[in-house]
Design a protein around this ligand. Structure first.
Ligand code: FRU
Length: 490
């Protein structure tokens, strides 16, 4: 279905009660509604925003267009949690209804200041000639959860040298000053990030562009994030316009990081090579926060822009990933599911077996929402792995190929497909004698952590409700496997 501009810019306040009810019922009837992921009640969710801990709770907002599965006028929707696992919907936090954000309250971040949660975000505005003027705005949430927007933008204009693709401020505090990095496009149509500073979150000074060794790397860098973890600086961003290269960069847009240290005085970052954060089909625009106990926790959008998804015809699209803990170990960025997720564990099943060039299933191993940890020891098998959400006609296959030393996720036969122009197999290199797959599966998603967070594959899948089998296999020889599975919910 084609949406007109007028339809995409219709506000939820102007929709009729009947239309909203109809849409809500349509979404409720969708067979692919998630059971333990953050998802919109209607319409389209995209980037996580304002991820923070404030007043005894975690707050996680997201980009939201309420009225359908398209990128229309964006709101900030608010969810909150005491444990990062069970989230409560808390309603719209930022309405795009002022001059400073007339065409959308775009992405941004949160930081506690003076006992309140400061939300710094991009106000997308357009003039009568439809020319875009991005503004950087502040909204402040108090202890009662009431959000008030400041009347005036704190950064009104785009500095010379950059186009109107200038957005997504991420704020942090360092040595008594606030810093914000903003994703930008230079006038020569290359992507970069720029740095601002402020003593008080109110008056902001343009410090300059951050000099990296990636001067020509895509045409726009969205959703930047900078933080230090285990004494190591990490710059995360989502570049657009990167061509596929071997196993890498097969999604429409990428998200990844470079390790190095940002010198805020010279705005220079000496860093290593760009690495993708996730090897799956559906991961973009992640954001991190520091938990009260010092852990660095990341959540991403489990989706990508400009792609059609099978839920579109049910009136909604996308969800957020589960939170992951980020560490740097031996110079490598590691991502593990946060330990709090263990509280979701229900009924447990276990199995141990030798597989001789065969496919096997075990008692208690089936389902649509579960956590599964499975370790394989390869003897002389060429490959081994797991099939999930399987039936006679459908399966999602996770393979370790010992000959090529690669992990592969194949959703060719997973069920309904997202835009398949971007292929149906994702893979990455992994040299290992032993492979452990740690999976979180929900009604329409798979998050796979390989070898204790060395690699992650995040993907939506859209199988039939009857595809519930879990199978283990070894090809071309022998492998042993040890598996534990917990149901989630139900
Ligand atoms: C990334 C992004 C951001 C922008 C937001 C709008 O997905 O394009 O750059 O702020 O989405 O919803």
């Amino acid at each position: 279905m084609q949406w007109t501009t007028a339809e995409r810019y219709t506000r939820i306040e102007d929709a009729t009660k009947e239309d909203l009810k109809k849409l809500t019922n349509q979404v409720k009837a969708c067979p692919w509604r998630q059971t333990y992921h953050i998802q919109p009640e209607t319409g389209l969710l995209n980037d996580p925003n304002g991820f923070s801990f404030y007043n005894g709770e975690y707050h996680l907002f997201y980009q939201w267009f309420p009225l359908g599965p398209v990128h229309g006028i964006k709101y900030w929707y608010h969810t909150k949690s005491k444990d990062l696992v069970h989230w409560e919907n808390a309603g719209i936090a930022i309405h795009p209804n002022d001059e400073t954000d007339s065409h959308g309250a775009y992405s941004g971040s949160g930081i506690e200041h003076n006992g309140q949660l400061y939300l710094m975000y991009t106000g997308n505005t357009r003039d009568e000639n439809w020319v875009r003027h991005p503004k950087q705005n502040i909204a402040v949430m108090n202890e009662q959860g009431i959000v008030s927007k400041w009347k005036k933008s704190v950064i009104n204009d785009v500095p010379d040298g950059y186009t109107d693709h200038f957005r997504d401020p991420k704020v942090w505090e360092e040595n008594g000053l606030f810093y914000a990095i903003i994703g930008a496009q230079r006038i020569n149509k290359t992507g970069c990030v720029v740095l601002y500073s402020s003593p008080d979150m109110e008056s902001w000074t343009f410090e300059g562009e951050i000099t990296t060794s990636l001067p020509r790397f895509g045409y726009m860098w969205e959703c930047p994030d900078y933080f230090t973890v285990n004494g190591q600086g990490v710059l995360v961003f989502s570049p657009q316009g990167i061509a596929p290269d071997g196993d890498c960069y097969h999604n429409i847009y990428q998200s990844g990081y470079v390790l190095g240290n940002l010198d805020v005085h010279t705005h220079t970052m000496q860093h290593g090579s760009f690495q993708e954060l996730d090897r799956g089909f559906d991961f973009y625009a992640p954001q991190t926060m520091e938990a009260p106990d010092g852990r660095r926790i990341m959540v991403g959008w489990m989706g990508l822009p400009e792609i059609s998804y099978p839920t579109d015809k049910h009136g909604w699209a996308h969800c957020l990933t589960l939170p992951r803990e980020i560490t740097i170990e031996n110079g490598r960025l590691i991502q593990r599911p946060i330990r709090e997720l263990q509280s979701l564990r229900g009924l447990k099943a276990e199995a141990a077996a030798e597989l001789h060039d065969e496919v096997k299933s075990f008692d208690g191993f089936s389902g649509t929402a579960f956590e599964l940890i499975c370790s394989f020891e390869l003897q002389d098998a060429d490959s081994c792995g797991i099939e999930i959400r399987a039936s006679e006609t459908e399966k999602t296959v996770i393979t370790y190929d010992a000959l090529q030393q690669k992990v592969m996720v194949d959703r060719t036969n997973s069920g309904a497909l997202s835009d398949s122009a971007y292929g149906t197999v994702r893979s990455c290199r992994l040299e290992a004698e032993q492979v452990t797959f740690h999976l979180f599966v929900d009604s329409s998603s798979l998050e796979l952590f390989v070898n204790d967070g060395m690699e992650v594959f995040t993907s939506r899948i859209f199988p039939g409700a009857g595809s519930t089998d879990i199978r283990f296999f070894a090809n071309g020889g022998q492998a042993s496997c040890n598996a534990a599975k917990w149901t989630i919910g139900g």
